[in-house]
Design a protein around this ligand. Sequence first.
Ligand code: ATP
Ligand code: MG
Length: 348
Amino acid sequence: MRSDANFAGPMADPVPGPRTESTDVSRETPPPMDAAPSFAAQPPTPAGQTPQLVGRAAQQVVEAMHQAGERLPRPERTRVMVVANQKGGVGKTTTTVNLAASLALHGARVLVVDLDPQGNASTALGIDHHSEVPSIYDVLVESKPLSEVVQPVPDVEGLFCAPATIDLAGAEIELVSLVARESRLQRAIEAYEQPLDYILIDCPPSLGLLTVNALVAGAEVLIPIQCEYYALEGLGQLLRNVDLVRGHLNRDLRISTILLTMYDGRTRLASQVAEEVRSHFGSEVLRTNIPRSVRISEAPSYGQTVLTYDPGSSGSLSYLEAAREIALRDPSAQSEQPQQQSLAEGNQ
Ligand code: ATP
Ligand code: MG
């Protein structure tokens, strides 16, 4: 596994300054954001439009971004990010696929590893994942090379997916008796020779062996937190698991990124949750919140990310901006995270 010297191309600032209060609750493309009128000029992509046209629409958004002239740094080594939260339905998959597409549209080479037997990330990326398809199950349980299951994602150049099939549902049990059961994904990724800038691993809503494999394989944990009541409940257990894996199996592991999802700026609850999360996690929380957006939730049913489904929507722009923040953060420059410890202790 290595980072590709040919990556990058011009990368630009899509939306200058933080976006923290955006909301998209209508079915219409939202009004233009102040700094990015050219993005908002894109019409919503009608269902049934050809993939080629959809891909071009997304490309236009990024070209408009590049006109601002900023280049995003490319990581020196492949950044492996584990998107985890054992709570269900908080936006792990949505975040994985849309961040991955955003990073790819910025010019990076990105692999999504679908580690959830539900296969939602594969579906959202338009990747076939019926039970005959070579999948991440074969990699974990049958030791098949990762390169034999990775597929290019239609419409988004530089984006790839290792799909999950329903077979993966049995893997939690099958892995138990296998040698090096916690580090099988790590080994597969290390042996993968294609150049990549980012690997994003979409975890299932549990803390079993699949998630442990992801935590052993990655260096960074990205936790999406839904801006709802009980948002922080149960997070202590995830944080303790991260500590355990760091202590025994992967000393490089750290929680690098918290992303607030489904943020509804009309409600006080959302801003209260955001405030609480920021007070616990501090600088690890991205300034960009992902708004609650009908466009984001519609996109997977067309096998698309919101970046290709409705490039000008607030959801699309938020993920592009979150991706920019992530690309601009230097993980090696960040320090220990005492706030997380206090949450782990206080949220038993
Ligand atoms: P699971 O734990 O089952 O894997 P998850 O954490 O991966 O779930 P998602 O599948 O990404 O969560 O999202 C749950 C639901 O919320 C989906 O129907 C998705 O379309 C919707 N959703 C996610 N993010 C948003 C958003 N910003 N606005 C509106 N709907 C959203
Ligand atoms: Mg999911």
